[in-house]
Design a protein around this ligand. Structure first.
Ligand SMILES: *[C@@H]1O[C@H](CO)[C@@H](O)[C@H](O)[C@H]1NC(C)=O
Ligand SMILES: *[C@@H]1O[C@H](CO)[C@@H](O)[C@H](O)[C@H]1NC(C)=O
Ligand SMILES: *[C@@H]1O[C@H](CO)[C@@H](O)[C@H](O)[C@H]1NC(C)=O
Ligand SMILES: *[C@@H]1O[C@H](CO)[C@@H](O)[C@H](O)[C@H]1NC(C)=O
Ligand SMILES: *[C@@H]1O[C@H](CO)[C@@H](O)[C@H](O)[C@H]1NC(C)=O
Ligand SMILES: *[C@@H]1O[C@H](CO)[C@@H](O)[C@H](O)[C@H]1NC(C)=O
Ligand SMILES: *[C@@H]1O[C@H](CO)[C@@H](O)[C@H](O)[C@H]1NC(C)=O
Ligand SMILES: *[C@@H]1O[C@H](CO)[C@@H](O)[C@H](O)[C@H]1NC(C)=O
Ligand SMILES: *[C@@H]1O[C@H](CO)[C@@H](O)[C@H](O)[C@H]1NC(C)=O
Ligand SMILES: *[C@@H]1O[C@H](CO)[C@@H](O)[C@H](O)[C@H]1NC(C)=O
Length: 791
């Protein structure tokens, strides 16, 4: 305590008032100066006897090419929306499965590339036609780019394209490229475990189309928008990566567990990508890409290492304001009059928050509006918002209203996507709009004009913080129907490619389908290129973006509640630790009485999420709108919980530089009981949080990892865990309570506001040995300084 009190004299805004209670054990002994042990718990590594032998050789290979491929490894061949016949399959050089009436590839596939020898760096096709009837590309190149000792890229590319190719001497992996047939195998240099092989599927290249496969493990595979990818022997998982209304943020990223260690893989691509995971964890890719497809492997060996390696250390600083509460309003109105009446209907907001966007459609409305009076009224309201210490965070969609001044400017620059020779016109909120191409050679001038336009509207209320919304980009007018040209993909693409830019609109002769997944990231990059001091949250992103993410178009339901937790956890391991899902959903489907229990739970989840954002269509669901009754109070209470834990969150993100809300396996990587869990997760190293994810639950069952002897229930201090044989505990649920546990040895700062003075209370979970020597560690970062560390 001494240490904190000392600091307190320097920082007047902090008053530390230790409070002893049976619940919260406060450290009272003065530690030997600065020498308190930093306890790092040791995980007992069990002897793993259950792992299978790696893939090759798990099925009999009598012939050079065999059809007796284990069902779990069968990659479909040719088009799949017909009942295939033996003749069809044989014609396209594949095997016939009489039970499913599908063709599948031989093992090894008859579709491959090979090097004839000599010094040639290129590979020739094995056959002339693809299973879909197109000419196969005659020659391709494959380059291994060793980025550093832990990261390596396998780049499959056109022969005319030059790519980076680096070599590293001391590294933690070994690369083996087989020339005939061409495949790549990468193994861990210490254990020899194979981390990746491309040997088990076809390699098909024709024009922009590529089909390829890789296997990372046959044990546990995580990622692709989920935590554990759990498939039974008869199921496959197909996911189309193509940013759209329903999913604008899943990146093709995997984490694999093999023999107790982890490695990760990112598929770097910009175009349409379809990924199918087979029951064997074999991953099959179909992609439309311009010139290359890049598989980037990171060797781990811990989940934390994998994330750090994938992000190459890029980890933005997150300020306390970002961690606070953000509110916004959505809907279909696009006139200032409606937006204003909507806003003035808001009762004065009576809960703490950081930023308000006024209305998601503000920019679109301003572009259409002529009435000076309405504009004045908006600015006045924004002024009163900022005068009261809140920030104004402006939503800027990429859509440009047809006929607006910016439309004229953009047309002169030739910046907009075209359909044929004409500017493509889509629909956004019932307005005709056009779409800038963010790779256009004149884009910088255009974004400059756009920023000037915005400055013109907002004058001295021009914000510093922005939300780049609907930037996958949303287009209400386009429904993808002509599947005929795309039969080499699955029917999943029909939904994925609708309500966003039509795949064939183009700019600078380039069809947008090949850049589609970069749209939001390019917009973010160009925007920040002009507004260099600004901060941005974006809906669509890619691997180059580190900005916080917002997920849009979420309907409230228990299924989506669980999905939201999964998405945040997935993004945490996919290098986007700052992900937000609108609290209680965002679509107009909301009924305060029907959704009370679910919405309260969602608030509690939001309290532990990296970003807390309440943004929806009508009816609104901020605490004020929920009213003064029990529901509104529960929502306010959840916000209080969040603010009390804010310094803990700040410390996890900015000092530990770790994701805040993360899947259990991140902290317990060798405990396979944690792998399938999404109803519970860790918040930082010390806090475990759980939620019911089904309606009408009166009890909740939680797994308390056995590597930790004691887990203290957060509110009551009751001890559970392995010491009492309680690793699975069942608790009675109270609708309005956050279910949380503190790990022994951890300290959690709990900060409350007492009439402007911050009180820091420490929740100390002592870890004691058999001689009753106890310790705990923790730290608290205030601003960019650590207030106390180590404890
Ligand atoms: C495949 O055959 C089944 C049963 O014979 C039939 O119901 C189905 O419509 C057929 N599918 C196609 C795409 O022809
Ligand atoms: C395919 O299966 C059907 C029954 O499902 C059977 O009558 C037929 O003989 C089988 N054909 C082959 C080539 O195995
Ligand atoms: C693995 O790589 C490291 C360098 O990163 C090297 O020191 C070590 O000797 C290698 N181990 C083996 C078994 O090759
Ligand atoms: C590379 O792979 C080939 C084919 O699997 C194998 O024969 C060879 O021994 C491997 N080389 C090394 C250095 O692992
Ligand atoms: C998979 O399919 C086979 C054959 O239809 C069946 O016997 C088996 O029970 C199925 N397995 C699962 C996990 O459903
Ligand atoms: C942009 O458009 C406006 C209205 O059409 C025009 O007055 C202005 O000169 C244009 N600016 C540039 C830089 O082209
Ligand atoms: C575009 O315009 C050129 C000449 O201006 C014309 O030759 C071409 O056919 C047009 N293309 C389309 C798709 O309309
Ligand atoms: C687009 O392609 C056509 C023909 O392929 C070519 O004549 C034209 O110059 C190209 N335009 C641009 C902007 O590259
Ligand atoms: C964990 O591994 C053991 C074998 O060591 C296995 O029996 C068990 O099913 C696994 N649990 C999960 C959840 O995968
Ligand atoms: C835990 O279980 C073990 C074996 O079942 C037993 O010996 C031990 O007494 C139990 N401990 C407690 C605290 O119940």
């Amino acid at each position: 305590m001494e240490f904190i009190l000392e600091q307190n004299e320097i920082r007047e805004d902090y008053k530390v008032k230790p409070k002893a209670s049976p619940v919260i054990i406060i450290w009272r002994k003065k530690p030997t100066k600065g020498l308190l042990t930093l306890f790092v718990f040791a995980i007992v590594v069990p002897v793993l006897v259950y792992f299978f032998i790696f893939d090759k050789g798990t099925f009999p290979v009598e012939d050079a090419n065999t059809c007796s491929v284990d069902k779990k490894y069968r990659i479909t061949c040719g088009i799949t929306d017909i009942n295939a016949t033996y003749d069809y399959c044989t014609n396209i050089k594949c095997c016939f499965d009489n039970a499913t009436r599908l063709c599948y590839h031989y093992l090894p596939s008859k579709y491959f590339y090979y090097n004839k020898g000599g010094n040639s760096q290129t590979y020739d096709r094995s056959l002339e036609k693809s299973p879909f009837g197109q000419d196969l590309t005659k020659e391709i190149s494959l380059t291994i780019n060793e980025i550093d000792e832990n990261n390596v890229q396998i780049i499959l590319h056109d022969t005319a394209v030059t790519v980076d190719s680096n070599q590293v001497l001391d590294k933690n992996y070994k690369v083996n490229v087989s020339n005939n047939p061409l495949f790549v195998e990468i193994s861990r240099n210490t254990s020899g475990d194979i981390l990746l092989t491309t040997a088990d599927g076809p390699l098909i290249v024709s024009g922009n189309f590529r089909e390829w496969s890789f296997q990372l493990t046959d044990q546990y595979l995580f990622g692709l928008g989920q935590v554990l990818i759990d498939l039974d022997e008869n199921s496959t998982l197909t996911k189309v990566i193509y940013a759209n209304n329903n999913d604008h943020n899943t990146l093709p990223l995997f984490m694999a567990h093999k023999n107790g260690q982890y490695h990760g893989l990112v598929v770097r691509h910009s175009g349409l990508l379809e990924i199918t995971i087979l029951p064997s964890k074999l991953v099959s890719l179909k992609s439309l890409e311009r010139e290359k497809i890049v598989l980037e492997l990171s060797v781990g060996p811990t989940p934390h290492d994998v994330i750090t390696q994938q992000r190459k250390g890029k980890w933005g600083t997150i300020d306390m304001k970002t961690l606070g509460v953000h509110i916004c309003r959505e809907g279909t109105v696009t006139t200032l009059k409606d937006i204003l009446s909507d806003y003035s209907q808001e009762k004065s907001i009576d809960f703490p928050y950081e930023s308000d966007c006024f209305h998601d459609n503000l920019v679109t409305a301003l572009r259409k509006e002529k009435s000076e009076q309405n504009i004045e009224n908006v600015l006045e309201k924004i002024k009163s918002l900022t005068d009261s210490g809140h920030s104004f965070m402006l939503s800027v969609p990429p859509h440009i209203v047809f006929g607006s001044a910016l439309y004229d400017n953009g047309t002169q620059l030739g910046i907009f996507y075209k359909s044929g020779n004409k500017t493509y016109k889509g629909q956004y909120l019932k307005n005709t709009v056009v779409f800038p191409f963010f790779k256009h050679t004149s884009i910088d001038s255009f974004v400059q004009l756009l920023v000037e336009e915005l400055k013109g509207y907002f004058k001295d209320t021009f914000p510093r913080d922005f939300i780049l919304n609907n930037n996958w980009p949303k287009d209400d007018s386009f429904v993808f129907e002509n599947y005929e040209n795309f039969r080499f993909f699955s029917k999943e693409i029909i939904d994925a490619m609708s309500y966003t830019l039509p795949w064939d609109v183009s700019s600078e002769n380039q069809s947008q389908i090949l850049d589609h997944n970069d749209y939001g990231a390019l917009q973010t990059q160009k925007f920040l290129g002009v507004l260099t001091e600004s901060s941005v949250m974006t809906a669509a992103h890619n691997f180059e973006t580190t900005q916080p993410l917002i997920i849009q178009n979420v309907a409230i339901s228990w299924v989506n509640f669980k999905k939201s937790i999964t998405q945040i956890l997935y993004n945490s391991i996919a290098g986007s630790p700052m992900t937000s899902v609108p609290v209680c959903g965002s679509t107009s489907d909301f009924d305060a009485s029907a959704h009370e229990a679910l919405c309260t739970r969602w608030y509690l989840m939001g309290a532990t999420a990296p970003i807390f954002r309440i943004s929806s269509d009508l009816p609104r669901r901020d605490p004020t709108s929920l009213g003064p009754g029990a529901f509104g109070q529960a929502a306010r209470r959840a916000i209080e919980v969040r603010y009390s834990l804010l310094y803990y969150y700040n410390t996890v993100l900015n000092q530990d530089k770790e994701p805040l809300m993360r899947p259990m396996f991140y902290d317990f990587p060798t405990d396979n009981d944690t792998f399938p869990l999404v109803d519970q997760y860790m918040v930082g190293r010390h806090l475990l949080v759980a939620h019911p994810t089904l309606p009408d639950r009166t009890q909740i069952t939680i797994y308390l990892p056995k590597a930790v002897k004691v887990w203290y229930e957060f509110w009551g201090g009751e001890a559970f865990g392995a010491w009492s044989n309680k690793t699975w505990v069942t608790l009675t649920l109270v609708d309005t309570d956050l279910v949380a546990f503190v790990k022994e040895g951890g300290i959690i700062p709990w900060v409350t506001d007492n009439q402007g003075t911050k009180l820091v209370q420490l929740k100390v979970a002592l870890k004691c040995d058999s001689d009753n020597n106890c310790d705990a560690e923790g730290s608290m970062m205030v601003g960019l300084e650590s207030l106390w560390r180590p404890w």
